[in-house]
Design a binder for this molecule. Structure first.
Ligand SMILES: O=C(O)C1=C[C@@H](OP(=O)(O)O)[C@@H](O)[C@H](O)C1
Ligand SMILES: C=C(OP(=O)(O)O)C(=O)O
Length: 485
């Protein structure tokens, strides 16, 4: 499925010195032990927040768009300077983002690139830091709206594949040039998609790639069919449908008719299931009994794989829906919403198994966490269909195995997944976080159930997606001695 151009990354290691360390003492804080019923809230969904913000650039968007309960981690914030450079003012107040069109553009500074000598003149330069969702979705919107711009990212993002998206956009007529290395950022979006009635075939399950194409054809009003290998997270489809856009869904196929839609003035973002997974995992790993509830969570089945897999393995995880899945009466970004309810621990649970592509994609960001939970389960677990994990901010198959291995876990890396042999004695200590938020948060969560002190190197990188990770984990009983934020 992944061709040579998107082949193995040259490097996966990153300096583990950028962020300060996170220090975790094992054991559950006294007041949380056997507390009976705990409830914690987690931030808004990162993926829905990115899409909601970019909706402000679509035709049919209001002059002022309000995004409520947005995720304000580094990955979403990374999109804001790029939007400002396009003449869109964005103000943050708590979790509410107010997005105004028609402001004076605030240019971004160009990040030097060893392979680029001349940057195009008179074209906005848009840099989205380390967030590939921000870059890929933005490229799609620009290629649909006919806005010429250069899209770039930080040194890590410059190594991640953009051809997954650029190739299908080029088939639809978009003129997009690589300014540095082929297939990678920076790219120059020169001309829009314009060829109607085409069918494009995506070669990866990446929802970012599919969403980039969908946003392009939606912004251009271009009838098109998108074929895809896996039905990964469908937030873009749901969002466009909630705006009144018409999508026909077939087997591995999506049809966009080219019709108009209207972006509402307010978009509400549900809580992020990939962040709810950390307090849920911590609660399960301690096994002190009692019930944990996480309300307002996006329960879109393309996102709930972590809960699903643990439930299949024997954990007691349930969902409560109020008001037909909208909890509070308002649909949030077109997403089903409910409360995740976890009872007890992992005493009855066996190994986990992920061997269907849709399921892997429904927990793609939770793989490091699932691997450390599997290390505490009996038997041999398998997390497969995961080849795309090699293209995240680190090669997450390798970094997960190395992080878990530093605790003493037995995790073997295959080309497309991880085997975790449960039952090995685990110990606290100094473990790498690889400047990758998902690796660092998984490590800190496992550390909570091991006696002794663990230092997660560079662990403060959790702010990329979950700025208040330490506070939320403390609320369920974690003893995080040091979170330097
Ligand atoms: O569409 C999105 O917002 C995302 C999709 C996933 O990436 P891929 O679509 O590349 O798998 C996920 O890992 C990322 O955190 C956010
Ligand atoms: C992989 C992630 O995001 P992105 O691909 O946008 O960097 C993530 O949040 O785990």
């Amino acid at each position: 499925m992944l061709d040579a151009r998107s082949g193995p990354r040259k490097e996966f290691d990153r300096p583990d010195t950028d962020s300060p360390d996170l220090v975790v003492d094992g054991g559950r804080a006294g007041e949380a032990v056997g507390a009976g019923a705990l409830s914690v809230e987690v931030p808004g969904d990162k993926s829905v927040s990115h899409r909601a913000l970019l909706a402000a650039l679509l035709p049919g968007a209001p002059e002022v768009l309000t995004v409520r309960n947005a995720n304000l981690g580094g990955a979403v914030r990374a999109l804001l300077p790029a939007m400002r450079a396009l003449g869109v003012a964005v103000d943050a107040d708590g979790g509410t983002l107010t997005v105004r069109r028609g402001a004076l553009p605030v240019p971004q500074q160009v990040r030097p690139h060893p392979g680029v000598t001349g940057w195009p003149e008179g074209v906005p330069y848009l840099e989205t830091g380390g967030s590939s969702a921000a870059a890929r979705l933005l490229i799609g919107v620009l290629a649909g709206s006919g806005t010429a711009a250069v899209v770039d990212g930080d040194e890590v993002l410059r190594h991640r594949p953009m051809d997954w998206l650029v190739d299908p956009l080029a088939e639809l007529g978009a003129d997009i040039a690589y300014l540095g290395e082929d297939g990678c950022l920076p790219v120059w979006v020169k001309g829009p998609v314009f060829r109607p009635g085409r069918t494009v075939e995506l070669r990866v399950g990446s929802a970012q790639a599919r969403s980039g194409v969908l946003l392009a054809v939606a912004a251009a009003g271009l009838p098109a069919t998108v074929r895809h290998p896996v039905r990964s997270r469908d937030h873009t489809e749901r969002m466009l449908a909630s705006f009144g856009g018409v999508l026909d869904e077939g087997d591995h196929e999506l049809g966009w008719g080219g019709g108009a839609f209207t972006v509402p003035e307010v978009i509400d973002v549900p809580a992020d299931p990939s962040l709810a997974a950390y307090p849920v995992a911590a609660h399960l790993l301690w096994g002190d009994g009692g019930t944990l509830r996480v309300p307002g969570v996006c329960l879109n089945p393309t996102r709930t794989g972590f809960f699903e897999v643990l439930r299949r393995a024997g954990a007691d995880i349930a969902y409560e829906y109020g008001n037909g899945g909208t909890e509070g009466g308002r649909p949030r970004g077109g997403e089903p919403v409910g409360t995740v309810v976890v009872r007890g621990g992992l005493e009855q649970a066996g190994p986990v198994r992920v061997d269907e592509p849709w399921l892997l994609h429904a927990l793609i960001d939770e793989v490091p966490l699932l691997a450390v939970v599997a290390a505490r389960l009996p038997g041999t677990s398998w997390i497969g269909c995961a080849q795309e994990l090699r293209f995240k901010e680190t090669d997450r198959l390798t970094t997960t195995a190395r992080m878990a291995g530093a605790f003493g876990a037995r995790v073997e890396v295959a080309a497309d997944g991880l085997t975790v042999r449960g039952g090995a004695p685990l110990r606290a200590g100094v473990v790498p976080g690889f400047e990758d938020h998902r690796i660092a948060m998984a490590a800190a969560t496992l550390a909570g159930c091991l006696p002794g002190r663990t230092t997660v190197r560079g662990g403060a990188c959790h702010r990329t997606s979950f700025p208040d990770f330490a506070d939320v984990q403390r609320a369920v009983g974690a003893r995080i001695a040091k979170d330097p934020l």
